[in-house]
Design a protein around this ligand. Structure first.
Ligand SMILES: C[S@@+](CC[C@H](N)C(=O)[O-])C[C@H]1O[C@@H](n2cnc3c(N)ncnc32)[C@H](O)[C@@H]1O
Length: 249
């Protein structure tokens, strides 16, 4: 992915920023699950950050579930200023493209969290490895990321209709686990399946609403879209999500 793709991602999330917090139901549910893993987990001293923090879904879960972590004011780092503008941690924000790695201030970090953001990066496995290496000894990474195997219904519709699949290619879970387990002691590593009733046009509209509709593939024509939707299989849409918690030895 190029800088051009980052610009497209930022523009789309920027356009959806006003409706993101209300409409991102799955992201919110997973963020709460992720933060629950951090309850009562000892952490070393040092900076904390939420990577791809957006409008603060993880920070809000922390405020409710782990007030002691929220009090450490994790840096809210994100590509999209329009989402950061809606993030309640106003004094702890950094507009930053994670494709360029982490900022120097996050070397020796005590806690890195990231929810539904890593998949947008050019090379998720190698960025993940850098995130793990930025942790101080005893520091913790808490990651939730959708992985390959999600959106099977969309892929099936594309295959049977002969229309290109414009869904974001998601990273294979094995590559992410390998990257993290080389650097961290894994405390939890689980692949969870989520499903939502939205399918076909409703799913595509929901993704557009929250701004998660950037694609490297050329835009479908009206005729292609209609053909794709006619072939969309019945039933809910499924997401495969890796939930990973690890500590730097
Ligand atoms: C689906 S949203 C998740 C936001 C938040 N973590 C949550 O749980 O609601 C994906 C986020 O990743 C951010 N993002 C995408 N590409 C990025 C990049 N290259 N660098 C930094 N952030 C990026 C987007 O701006 C957006 O805020």
């Amino acid at each position: 992915m190029s800088d051009g793709f980052s610009r497209q991602v930022e523009a789309r999330f920027g356009r959806g920023a006003a409706r993101y917090a209300e409409a991102a139901v799955l992201q919110r549910a997973v963020a709460w699950r992720l933060v629950r893993q951090l309850q009562h987990l000892p952490l070393p001293a040092g900076p904390c950050a939420d990577l791809g923090a957006g409008s603060g879904t993880v920070a809000q879960a922390m405020a409710a579930l782990t007030p002691e972590l929220h009090a450490r004011e994790p840096l809210q780092l994100d590509l999209t200023p329009a989402l950061l503008a809606r993030n309640p941690l106003v004094h702890r924000q950094l507009a930053w493209d994670l494709n360029g790695g982490l900022p120097a201030q996050l070397q020796g970090t005590a806690l890195l969290t990231s929810n539904f953001a890593l998949q947008w990066l050019t090379d998720p496995a190698s960025q993940l490895k850098q995130w793990c290496r930025a942790l101080t000894s005893g520091g913790v990474l808490a990651l939730a990321v959708p992985v390959a195997g999600s959106f099977r219904q969309w892929q099936r519709a594309a295959e049977t209709s002969g229309v290109p699949c414009t869904a974001l290619p998601l990273p294979p879970v094995e590559a992410l686990i390998a990257a993290a387990s080389n650097e961290l002691d894994l405390l939890r590593c689980q692949q969870l399946k989520f499903s939502r009733q939205a399918r076909g046009l409703e799913l595509l509209r929901q993704m557009r609403t929250i701004g998660a509709d950037a694609s490297q593939a050329p835009r479908l024509s009206g005729a292609q879209l209609r053909r794709l939707l006619r072939h969309w299989p019945p039933g809910p849409t499924t997401w495969e999500v890796l939930l990973l918690l690890g500590r730097r030895p």
